[in-house]
Design a binder for this molecule. Structure first.
Ligand SMILES: Nc1ncnc2c1ncn2[C@@H]1O[C@H](COP(=O)(O)OP(=O)(O)OP(=O)(O)O)[C@@H](O)[C@H]1O
Ligand SMILES: [Mg+2]
Length: 294
């Protein structure tokens, strides 16, 4: 081989190594084959998950309320979570929303947002809405004003006083009013609504922020049968556009939501005891023993 051929070969090897180095990443060159820019504020669901918990544990005074809990939710999914009192259902929501810090484990919103690095208010801003059991609407304001207020929570007190919804926000408000079955009651004081209607109004207030993920803790507790049924219809209408995690003890409601085929998760002692179709988990011996059979 002549010296210049050898030199050219060496040059090619160096150029190849340099090009390869440019594409190499800490994770072993994945970026070269599958590059996705991280867009701030956007939830990356390309891996088919909007929420991902792995091996999460938390103890209170030595008591393990959550014990190596792993769970994931798909974009647009409506997932019901059931389980006995003290199973850790509410604590799980506290962890997702940043109210409680776990002792160990991983909690991701999409593939890129590590929720354990954010504060409760930041997590709410990212698009995780949470509904507690007790409705917290402003009773002295009208239904419409309550929804209007939900639009401007991040605008500060003085900006809020001057705030008027623009036309897109006005359209959204009207749409939410219809969704929560309160369009005919827009001008009523929230304090005069039934318990169920107050719950819908609070869900409407969450919807005004257009959350990607909604966490609903015992949303039909205290509702009449008819209100419960309409709430199920409401959640089914949100499925797809939003992901919903619904904790409930009311099996009739869960049955209506799962429509015979959706996955249900059973929590017990801070971990997943069973997962699958409602009919299957209902006939699971372990589930009957700790929960349904009581
Ligand atoms: N901040 C806290 N301090 C101490 N113990 C707590 C705290 N939060 C929850 N726990 C305990 O953790 C366990 C799980 O409670 P959690 O409220 O998550 O259960 P749950 O599944 O929501 O039950 P329920 O169906 O009754 O609402 C309970 O034993 C509870 O007493
Ligand atoms: Mg609870």
């Amino acid at each position: 081989m002549t010296p210049d051929l050898m030199e050219e070969g060496a040059r090619r090897v160096t150029a190849y190594a340099q090009a390869a180095a440019r594409h190499r990443t800490a994770s072993g060159g994945r970026a070269a084959g599958f590059a996705r820019p991280i867009v701030p504020g956007e939830v990356d669901t390309t891996h088919g998950r909007i929420l991902y918990l792995e091996d999460v544990s938390v103890s209170f005074d030595g008591f393990r309320a959550i014990n190596k809990l792993s769970l994931d939710i798909a974009p647009g999914e409506l997932r019901c979570i059931i389980g006995p009192n003290g199973a850790g259902k509410t604590t799980m929501m506290d962890i997702i929303t940043g109210k409680t810090r776990p002792d160990a484990g991983t909690v991701f919103f999409g593939s890129t947002i590590d929720l354990l690095r954010y504060k409760e208010a930041e997590i709410a801003q990212m698009g995780i809405g949470r509904k507690f059991q007790k409705p917290t609407v402003f009773e002295q304001l009208t239904v419409y004003e309550n929804l209007e207020l939900a639009l401007k929570t991040d605008k500060g007190v003085f900006a809020s006083m001057r705030f008027r919804p623009d036309s897109a926000e006005g359209d959204r408000l009207a749409e939410v009013l219809r969704t929560i079955h309160l369009a005919p009651h827009a001008d009523r004081l929230a304090g005069t609504l039934s318990h169920g209607q107050k719950q819908w109004l609070e869900i409407g207030m969450l919807l005004m922020q257009d959350p990607k993920l909604l966490l609903l803790d015992e949303p039909v507790a205290g509702m009449t049968d008819e209100e419960t049924e309409r709430t199920a219809e409401l959640f089914l209408s949100l499925e797809g556009q939003h992901s919903l995690v619904v904790v409930e003890h009311d099996m009739k409601f869960v049955e209506q939501l799962t429509q015979g085929h959706k996955k249900v998760t059973v929590l017990h002692e801070g971990s997943v005891l069973a997962e699958g179709k409602l009919a299957d988990v209902q006939s699971n011996d372990k589930v009957v023993e700790v929960y349904l059979g009581r």
